[in-house]
Design a binder for this molecule. Structure first.
Ligand code: BGC
Length: 357
């Protein structure tokens, strides 16, 4: 069974009865497909290959990752980020990637914003229509497979801590990604504190990412030395607040680390990220592998079952904003700091099960 079945079903959508039929078939298709895949990935085999997707401001990249080795298997595939990058348009790209790889199974996905239990809470560099959207539910509906979404810097940090510059590091490690924005991930003895968003820390009255991201360096045509002065102010603040044992510098600039390393002046050691552009894809796939484990758990003994709490339900869709912002709002987002949607505790979705969070 493949996604072509859905296309065939869609042809029935010419009259109201056909539409109802198509809707029912889509639901059935999703359930059946998930059931088939669940059997595959619960077979207990080692070396589970999981599709990792990295959503960025200009491109959406996907690849199959061997999550036991943390290695990409085969080719990456890149599709331009739709403009405007509305939830529906981006979800369609995720479905295209699934189709491209003829993939069946759980998916790990990065997102360049705060992601709490699958719900996107900010939108600094993407369409404002994402705020309040449950990305996991949306992508699951679009692809037919379970999806785990986490912040892009958190995903890259997870991969670097497991396999790259942070491997074996104890204490406090701060990963910072310099790209369109600045992403941050903080680890204490290997444990992630998610959604830290230090790119929005104020430096000289502006968000750090509006002074020191790679985008600003390019836009203002700053030399590596002048850009490093701005980065130093940011790293200095971070060091003052957190006394890290290690900084990891990620994002596109990590490839050119030797051009600016000598200008960086902080007490803690600084390492460039090692996984470069693959960190997000690999980290997302590894996070999904932990959330959707490959082997069927041993049946718990009676005593254990009594002691264990009921597993928590998956997050339900978050509240959706009424009006979707279009290109105008997106342009505005470029110039404005991230807007955090206010939610009352009662509106918060269920707690996640991921051990990484
Ligand atoms: C977003 C972060 C993201 C970073 C890097 C920032 O603008 O607020 O969530 O990690 O950009 O993409």
């Amino acid at each position: 069974m493949n996604l072509g079945v859905v296309d065939t079903v869609c042809k029935a959508e010419r009259n109201p009865i056909g539409q109802q039929f198509a809707e029912a078939m889509r639901g059935l298709y999703t359930v059946i497909n998930c059931a088939i895949v669940k059997t595959d990935w619960c077979s207990g085999e080692k070396g589970v290959n999981i599709l990792g997707i990295d959503i960025g401001g200009s491109g959406i990249k996907g690849a199959i990752v061997d999550t036991t080795k943390g290695e990409i298997v085969g080719e990456r595939h890149r599709i331009d980020t739709p403009d405007p990058s509305t939830p529906e348009a981006v979800a369609q790209v995720a479905a295209q990637l699934v189709q491209h790889f003829q993939y069946q199974g759980p998916i790990g996905c990065t997102f360049p914003a705060v992601v709490q239990h699958g719900v996107i809470l900010t939108a600094a560099n993407v369409d404002q229509g994402w705020i309040g959207t449950n990305g996991e539910t949306l992508f699951q509906e679009a692809t037919g497979f379970p999806v785990h979404i986490l912040n892009d810097a958190d995903a890259a940090g997870v991969a670097e801590m497991r396999l790259g510059a942070g491997r074996g590091s104890k204490g406090v490690v701060i990963m910072l990604t310099f790209g369109t924005g600045i992403g941050s991930a903080i680890f204490v003895n290997g444990h992630l504190l998610p959604n830290t968003e230090f790119g929005h820390m104020k430096i000289r009255g502006k968000d750090a990412e509006y002074r020191a991201s790679a985008r600003i360096r390019a836009e203002k045509d700053l030399s590596w030395k002048d850009w490093s002065k701005r980065v130093n102010e940011f790293l200095g603040q971070m060091e003052f607040l957190f006394s890290p044992d290690l900084f990891i510098i990620g994002g596109g600039v990590s490839k050119k680390f030797e051009r600016f390393a000598q200008h960086l002046k902080v007490r803690a050691p600084i390492q460039p990220a090692q996984l470069l552009n693959d960190a997000g894809i690999i980290g997302a796939a590894m996070a999904a592998a932990e959330l959707f484990p490959s082997s069927t758990p041993e049946p718990a003994s009676e005593a254990e079952s009594e002691a264990k709490p009921e597993p928590k339900a998956r997050a339900k869709p978050g509240p959706k904003p009424g009006a979707k912002a279009a290109a105008k709002a997106e342009a505005k987002a470029e110039a404005k700091p991230a807007r955090r949607k206010k939610t009352t505790p009662a509106e918060q979705p269920a707690a996640p099960e991921s051990p990484i969070r």
